[in-house]
Write a protein that binds this ligand. Structure first.
Ligand code: FDA
Length: 318
C-alpha cells in the first residue's frame, strides 16, 4: 500500500497547483504543526530551547526549495542569518574548539539558488559560504541537505569547495542512490561529517534502489563504511533495525559517544529520541520551520501511511 502511494504523493509534492489547493485547506496548519515548528525565527528558537533542555541537539531548517528567483534565494540567506544570530545568543553556542556543536542549521542548496538558470551553482555556493561564515562566528555547525539526484554532483562539489575554509561543514548522503557507497568511501576521511539517510525523493531505477529491502541493505553497507572511517557519522533514521545496527557498528569501531550521533526529524519517534539521549547518546533533532512547508510535509506523508491517515482523518474532522 505505502509503495503504491509513494510515487503519486512525491509527484504531488512538486505540483504548484496542488500546493495552492492543500495549503489553503483550513485544517492544514494544525496538521502540519506536528512536523513543523511554526513559521518564525522565534518559533524555531523556542522549539530548539525545549529540545536542548531535554538533552538533545538540534539542526534547524528554514523551509523552502527549488527557488528559481534570485531575490527569493537572497531572502532565504537573510532568514538564515537572522536565525543564526538568534541561535548564537543561546548558551549552547559556547563550545570548545573541535568539540561537537549542539546547534546546527541545515540548508538546501536549491533554496539558495542552485537551480537558477544562470550561474546557479556559483550563486548557491556563495550564499552557502555566507551562511557558513556566520555559523562559524556564532558557534554553530552547518549541514547541506541532499535533494534529487540531478543536484548531487553540484552539491558535493560545493561542499568540497567550502570545506577548504569550513572543514566542519557536513553533508547528507542518501543510501537509496546506487552511487552512495562510493561517495561514502570518498567522504569517510578525517573531519568529514556525513548525515546518512535513506532518501526521500522519487528516483528512477537507473540511479536508485527502489525496493525497500535493497535500500535498507545499502544503508547498512554505507553505515559500515562510515563507522569504520575516520569522520563523524550522523545516523539519520527512525528505523529500529538501523538504530540497532548502528549501536553494534559503533561498538565494533570502538567509537566514543562524541564520535557519532543519531538524528531524527522533529515530531517523529520523540520517545525513541529521548530514550537514546537518556542512554547517553548524542541525538540531534532536525527542526523545520517557515511558511513553505508543503514539499517537506508531502515527503513525510509519502514515507508512512500512518502519517497520511492522520492527515486524512484531520481533513474529515475526525
Ligand atoms: P523508514 O521510513 O524506512 O521506516 C522504517 C521503520 O522505522 C518503520 O517501519 C518503522 O518501524 C519506523 N518508523 C519510521 N517512522 C516512524 C514513525 N513516525 N513512528 C514510528 N515508527 C516509525 N532525505 C533526503 O532525501 N535528503 C535529506 O537531506 C534528508 N535529511 C534528513 C535528515 C534527518 C535528520 C532525517 C532523520 C531524515 C532525513 N531525510 C532526508 C529523510 C530520509 O531520507 C527518510 O525519507 C526518512 O528518514 C524515512 O526513513 P527512515 O530511515 O526514518 O525509516
Amino acid at each position: 500500500m505505502s509503495a503504491l502511494l509513494r510515487s503519486p504523493l512525491l509527484a504531488a509534492a512538486r505540483s504548484p497547483r496542488l500546493e495552492r489547493a492543500i495549503t489553503r485547506l483550513p485544517v492544514s496548519r494544525s496538521v502540519v504543526a506536528r512536523f513543523v515548528a511554526g513559521t518564525t525565527t522565534a518559533d524555531a528558537v523556542r522549539t530548539a530551547e525545549t529540545l536542548l533542555r531535554s538533552g538533545r541537539f538540534v539542526s534547524i531548517d528554514h523551509l523552502g526549495e527549488d527557488t528559481t528567483d534570485l531575490a527569493a534565494a537572497e531572502a532565504t540567506v537573510a532568514q538564515y542569518l537572522d536565525l543564526i544570530d538568534a541561535l548564537g545568543r543561546l548558551p549552547h553556542a559556547e563550545v570548545a574548539p573541535g568539540a561537537v556543536r549542539p546547534l546546527e542549521v541545515s540548508v538546501k542548496l536549491s533554496a539558495l539558488g542552485q537551480a537558477l538558470p544562470r550561474d546557479g551553482h556559483a550563486v548557491a555556493r556563495e550564499h552557502a559560504r555566507r551562511i557558513c561564515a556566520a555559523a562559524e562566528a556564532a558557534g554553530l555547525w552547518v549541514t547541506v541537505d541532499a535533494e534529487d539526484h540531478t543536484t548531487t554532483d553540484s552539491t558535493l562539489a560545493i561542499v568540497r569547495d567550502l570545506r577548504a575554509d569550513y572543514p566542519w561543514l557536513g553533508t547528507v548522503l542518501q543510501a537509496y542512490l546506487r552511487r552512495t557507497e562510493d561517495d561514502c568511501r570518498a567522504l569517510a576521511g578525517p573531519g568529514s561529517r556525513i548525515r546518512l539517510c535513506k532518501g526521500a525523493y522519487d528516483e528512477p531505477a537507473a540511479v536508485a534502489f527502489r525496493d525497500r529491502a535493497e535500500v535498507d541493505a545499502s544503508y547498512l553497507r554505507c553505515l559500515a563504511i562510515l563507522t569504520a572511517g575516520s569522520g563523524y557519522p550522523m545516523i539519520a533514521s527512525h528505523d529500529p533495525a538501523v538504530i540497532a545496527a548502528a549501536g553494534v557498528a559503533v561498538v565494533a569501531a570502538q567509537r566514543k559517544t562524541e564520535e557519532y550521533e543519531y538524528q531524527m526529524l522533529y515530531g517523529i519517534r520523540a520517545d525513541e529520541q529521548q530514550r537514546l539521549a537518556d542512554a547517553g547518546n548524542h541525538v540531534r533533532v532536525y527542526i523545520p520551520y517557515g511558511d513553505q512547508w508543503y514539499g517537506y510535509f508531502m515527503r513525510r506523508l509519502a514515507e508512512r501511511p500512518a502519517n497520511l491517515g492522520f492527515f486524512l482523518r484531520a481533513l474529515a474532522g475526525g
